[in-house]
Design a protein around this ligand. Sequence first.
Ligand code: DOR
Length: 424
Amino acid sequence: MIVKGGRLIDPASGRDALADIVIAGGRIEGIFPPGKAKGGGGETIDATGLWVLPGLIDMHAHLREPGQEYKEDIASGSAAAAAGGITTVVCMANTDPVNDNPTVTRSIIDRARAVGLARVLPAGAITMGLEGRRLAEMGLMKRSGIVAVSDDGRPVEDASVLRRALEYASTFGLPVILHSEDKSLAGKGVMNEGPLSARLGLPGIPAAAEEAMVCRDLAVARYAKTPVHITHVSTGGALAAIGACKETSLGMTCDVTPHHLLLTEEALSAYDTVFKVNPPLRTEKDRLALIEGIRNGTVDCIATDHAPHAADEKALDFDLAPFGVIGFQTLLPAIMKIHLEHDIPFMRLLACVTTNPARILGIEGGVLFEGARADLVLFDPKAVWTLTEDRVLSKSKNSPFLGWQFTGKVVRTLLEGRTVHVAD
Ligand code: DOR
């Protein structure tokens, strides 16, 4: 197969140039100046006017299988990921049963392989049942294919359990992804705490709930001499704490979500539960601090925290509706929007969904080299489109961006040289 005439953008090599890409046996066989590639009679894809990017890596998502297939399953989630140009998905362990043992790990991997639309790499639980007490069998799960451990959805509340978890995970070389939330401060909050929550009469989650736990998590990580990855950072204060720690260098890393980059608490003004997420949407000041963090490199990754929930669950009262928004199909358009509105180089943003997550997870991918796996996205940077419910391939439609107009559209996604999505 030849992908001809596209603009190749590859953060790993810093390459940004028109090129032809020859693909054979699921790998990139060669990258040539435009018009110089010679094909052996395979398929030719005309990428003129398109950007050719490495397949994206989303290091934080919920695919809900096993156990909550009415929200999403591996087939629907993989199809939505492919439509978003995401070729590698790390799925969190808060399934039912929890992915705290090798049998669940194996079943997720087997199912994802059978579906074949995305590379699904599970995160195993840190503690059994995500209960924060006994450590899960990280070694056995690693042998079955987990790439990280996380109790995401919950913090590891007991600091001594966290310390032992970090030491244990490091013996297996497993990255630890932390959902940093002080539950005693978050209480029964449903949105950011501040003047707006007071006006709306909704219980708030203070920024301090995140900041206190991030500081504790970093302190325990320094004590255990192991790096941690803090996921879905939502406040300027939490990011500053991570930034300060980066200078002393144990390799602490973090990610932010597109919804925290594009939305603020103001979205909750009409009491729409679709915007109920954990951590909550914060203030404009926080949002701009996260964007600045991408510009200055404090933010390593952008991850969706794709969290499907059924319409009847989201239709419940504000206190009862579950936290979460979907995000696969809007990841790249969201990145484009940040690029255009905040003048952040596209290459830097792209590194946050390719080379950086690959480095943190220690996995192959996110690069366009000769010999690399042919995971590619063809992206039309000029296409203008509107997200409507019928375009959403996830089983659940709880996107905070329904009705938004985006510039930039995924046209085709290749997974190891196989087309797994073509836009209609
Ligand atoms: O909004 C969220 N949804 N935050 C989490 O931490 C968990 C996730 C979910 O699983 O629905």
